[in-house]
Structure formats: C-alpha cells, structure tokens
Design a protein around this ligand. Structure first.
Ligand code: Q9C
Ligand code: ZN
Length: 344
C-alpha cells in the first residue's frame, strides 16, 4: 500500500483555549514524527510531498464555499506567522456580515482550537494533497491507500473551520473518487472519536435536495455522544425516517469497549453494504484509544487490526485518511496495528 505523508512540521498552534485558559495544543507536529517512524518499519511505500500531484483548481471549490476559500486565501496576507484566534462569533441567525478581520475570523470559526496565520493555507493544502493523491492511487487500481494528513480535516465544513481542521481532506478524497457529478457511489465511514461534522455538513449541502436513490456520497460516523464531547451540536443518533442526504450517525457512550464498538461497527458496515458503493473513504482517528488524552473510549491497540480487517473484508477500493489521535506514546503502535489489519 502507498502511504502519502504530509507532516507539516512547521504547523504548530501554540495553545487551545479551554474555559478561558490556554492549554497545550493537542494537534502537535510530533504526532507525525511518531507516525513516520511507524511507517518506516512497515513494508508499504511512503510517498513524500515532492512526489504529490497538485490538486486540480476546480476540486476544492466543489466542497468549500467560495467566500470561505477567499477568507482562507486572505490569510496569506497576514504579516507574521503568529497564530491568530477569534474573539467574537456571530449571534445565531444573524443575516448581517462583516468584513472586519476579527469578525470574519469569528464568522468562519466554530471554536478556539483552530487558529490561522499566513501559512495555514499552505499546510492545509498540502494535507489535502495527501488525500487527493491517495484517492488517485485507488482510482488507478490500488486496493487501498492511506493519507497521513496533518492538519486533520473532518471538522472543516462547507464554510467553516474548527476542531484543528481547515480544509476537508476526506471530502476531497470522496469528491475525487465520485467524479464531477458524483456519478460513482462513495461511502464515507468516519471512525475518529469525534463526529465528522464538517464532512457531514459538506455532503448535506451538496445533496440536500436528493432523494435516497440519488445520493452519491453517503456519510456515516461512529463517535462519542455529542452530549458529552466536541463538536456537541451534531452527531445525534439517526432515526429510520432521516433522509440519507443527512448522513447516518452512531453516537456511543464514554467508556465504550472493543466489544461494544464492534457491535456498532457491524451495523455501520451493514449500512455501507446496503448502499453498495464503488469506493470507501475512511477518516481514521486513534483518539478512540484507551490512553488518548482527549478521547474517552477504551479501544485497544490490538483491536485496530480487527477494525481495519473488517473494513477490508467488504472488498471495496478504500482510501484511509488520518484525522485525530493524540497520545504520542501509542499513536505509532496503533497505526501499525491498523495497517497490519489493512494488509491482512
Ligand atoms: N480541552 C480531531 O480529532 N476539543 N479534532 C479539545 C480539549 C477539540 C478534535 C478540548 C477536539 C477536536 C480531528
Ligand atoms: Zn477526533
């Protein structure tokens, strides 16, 4: 399997704010050093950014709003690499926009975890390129590929950033696999600890008017109960009557074990099979691990092998995209176990 590595070691937000106080940022460059170390010990072929093909110009505007992209483009004009954080957010249902820089930063942000500087667009594009190139590998016939992307992407929505994410890597992979008019069916199964609210938002917006029979990209997510954890305002359990365009959500309680997770994984994989996709996109987060500092599930390193092999048993060409996973001591072993499950 080819593994596309976008480490972006320079990307280093200094802190995230919790309860008004700065705390060390969880999404640190060292995550990717540990990931690269693990990859070097595995038989796959690591592809570095100097070998990435550039993302065609039309693709990103297919999944993100032009005004949001122009906001991101304007970050290039910031004078320093100092990270800026929002201070003010629009109140609900306001119809008044503001071009004032601080106001715009609040408008396009969902939280105090995702700062901007004059380099974040470059980092986000490189991270998205790993996802795009992974999708190309599968389109060219590989059975699987893995984008080791940083910054992550699944909390970036059609017109917002958040949860450490700026551009939606998984959505870009799905768009690439599905084609311009979403002719080919793609199922996204998000197994990060947090709800994939950004990806859900994008495909909801793109497909809002479509009946179930015409959905091109189906979004499914297994994640922590949003009554307990970020992103709080999305990811509640789907009911039978919910149109497929809204996505399918499986919230799980804190403390979820391998066995409990496995039951839900089977249900989710059944839904994937019912949809009968040509391709799979799997946003992967090792923040479901028992020792993750910001998670709250109890999955074990050994169990990731089984998750990956259950996914591969569907026998669909599959693109894996790295999202979260914040324990530097276990992220390497977790990735190794997962990749061994992919390779069987
Ligand atoms: N006090 C991803 O896993 N919450 N993003 C942190 C710490 C933010 C996670 C709270 C979680 C964002 C890609
Ligand atoms: Zn996460």
């Amino acid at each position: 399997m080819k593994e596309y590595l976008a480490k972006n070691l320079q990307h280093c937000p200094p802190y995230e704010t919790w309860n008004g106080k700065p705390e060390p940022h969880s999404e640190v460059p060292a995550r990717m050093d540990m990931i690269e170390k693990a990859l070097l010990d595995l038989p796959g072929q690591i592809i570095y950014p100097n070998q990435f093909k550039p993302i065609p110009r039309n693709l990103i505007p297919d999944i993100h709003d032009l005004s949001y992209l122009s906001f991101l483009a304007n970050t290039l004009k910031l004078e320093t690499e100092d990270y800026r954080y929002p201070s003010v957010f629009p109140y609900r249902r306001t119809d008044q926009f503001s071009n004032q820089p601080n106001a715009m930063l609040g408008y396009y942000s969902t939280d105090l975890y995702t700062p901007i500087n004059n380099k974040v667009l470059e980092y986000a594009v490189l991270s998205a390129s790993a996802a795009y190139n992974s999708a190309l590998a599968v389109l060219e016939g590989d059975r699987s590929s893995y984008a080791l992307s940083r910054p992550p992407g699944h909390h970036a929505g059609f017109d917002f950033m958040g949860g450490y994410c700026y551009l939606n890597n998984a959505a870009l992979a799905a768009r690439t696999l599905s084609g311009a008019n979403y002719q080919k069916r793609v199922a996204i199964l998000d197994i990060d600890f947090h709800h994939g609210n950004g990806t859900e938002d994008i495909f909801k917006k793109i497909q809002s008017d479509l009946p179930d029979s015409q959905i091109g990209v189906l979004h499914i997510s297994i994640h922590a109960d949003p009554n307990e954890k970020f992103p709080y305002f999305s990811g509640q359990k789907t009911i039978k009557e919910t149109p497929l365009s809204q996505g399918i959500n499986y919230p799980l309680p804190l403390g979820t074990t391998n066995q409990e997770y496995q039951k839900t994984l089977y249900q989710a994989l059944d839904r994937v099979c019912l949809f009968n996709p040509e391709y799979l996109v799997i946003p992967v987060g090792f923040d479901t691990h028992e020792q993750d500092p910001i998670g709250g599930f109890k999955l074990t390193t050994e169990y990731y092998r089984q998750i990956a092999s259950e996914i591969m048993s569907l026998e669909k060409p599959t693109v894996f995209i790295q999202e979260g996973g914040y324990n530097l001591d276990t992220i390497g072993a977790n990735l190794t176990s997962f990749i061994e499950g992919i390779e069987g």
